[in-house]
Design a binder for this molecule. Structure first.
Ligand code: SF4
Length: 319
């Protein structure tokens, strides 16, 4: 990881209009820097806005408010030229390798498609590159002529990774890339992503709900709740000195691979469901489920602030 900030979300919000003209506040006022070569883990329950933030940070969605910067320059997603230039740098690996690959296309065509869209290389070089990419992700060159349904889930995710790498991006949003895979395959895909990062100097935004996985691949971890970032710290610091009540509850839900410890561990269960992002609670968004909520929490939203060097948290009760 370097000191250079590669991707910067500057006070980004993303709202969607829903039935009745109301607004769904999927992401609200999130600021986040990702350094070149870094893996930033983004964690939270389903519906917390992490995928929407990931898609906004790689240009699939235009932010409703705020700005996106890439390598120090603002990316204007309403400008076609900016959008195309940014799409050469930023790619995504999707969660569901079954749904994200067109079943009518051969693996070779799927991997080649991005090169064609961006006018990269001649026909022969594209075919060579497909073969190289299949090698890189641990598949066989002969697989280029087969169709997605002929592969297992782990192999399909490798195809998805080869497709993302085809145009030589610098930044990859990994949107829960292993959650649809068998546990036995998950570590292989994580190791592949890690090796690719070492070889190619890639920068990842790694989205997950499983704190176990994020712990080992991430340099820093950001925790989201109901569209807002509630905690951000170096990976080791976040686990050793968890500050936000929601992060603590998420961490206590992670199983420990030791049966003795597991039975004696205190589990902090989060009561209730995540409130609707159409109708958020007043004050702290977590106040309707937080065991420590007080009157102040129900009145005023806490701001994200630096509680320790490099460790940011949004909670009234953290000193
Ligand atoms: Fe809980 Fe209050 Fe902190 Fe929100 S601000 S997390 S409700 S203690």
């Amino acid at each position: 990881m370097t000191d250079e900030i590669l991707v910067r979300a500057d006070h980004i919000s993303k709202f969607f209009k829903v039935a009745g003209g109301r607004m769904l506040h999927a992401v609200e006022d999130v600021s986040l820097d990702i350094h070149r070569g870094e893996t930033l883990g983004l964690v939270g329950e389903s519906g917390c806005g992490k995928s929407t933030l990931g898609r906004t940070m790689m240009g699939i969605y235009r932010p409703t408010k705020g700005k996106l910067y890439y390598a120090g320059k603002e990316v204007d997603l309403s400008n076609r030229k900016d959008r195309i230039a940014f799409s050469k740098k930023a790619q995504i690996v999707f969660q569901d390798p079954y749904a994200s690959l067109d079943p009518r296309m051969t693996v070779g065509s799927i991997i080649q498609e991005g090169m064609e869209i961006h006018g990269l290389y001649d026909e022969q070089r594209r075919r060579e590159r497909v073969a190289e990419l299949l090698d890189i992700v641990g598949l066989n060159r002969e697989h280029a002529n087969r169709f997605p349904h002929e592969f297992s889930g782990g192999q399909r995710q490798r195809i998805g990774i080869a497709r993302a790498l085809a145009i030589e991006p610098e930044f990859i949003v990994c949107d829960e890339p292993i959650s649809a895979l068998d546990v036995s395959i998950q570590a292989q895909v994580i190791n592949l992503l890690h090796d690719l990062q070492q070889k190619m100097g890639l920068t990842y935004l790694f989205i997950a709900h499983d704190l176990n996985i994020v712990r080992y691949i991430s340099d820093r971890i950001a925790v989201m709740y109901l569209g807002s970032m509630v905690e951000l710290a170096q990976s080791g610091e976040l686990y050793a000195n968890t500050l936000h009540p929601y992060s603590k509850a998420l961490l206590s839900a992670v199983p420990i691979p030791d049966p003795d410890l597991e039975t004696t561990k205190h589990r902090q269960i989060i009561e209730g469901d995540v409130p609707s992002p159409i109708n958020k609670p007043k004050g702290c968004a977590f106040s309707s489920r937080c065991p420590l909520a007080c009157d102040k929490c129900r009145e005023a939203a806490p701001q994200l602030r630096e509680a320790a060097p490099g460790h940011f948290v949004a909670c009234h009760l953290v000193k």
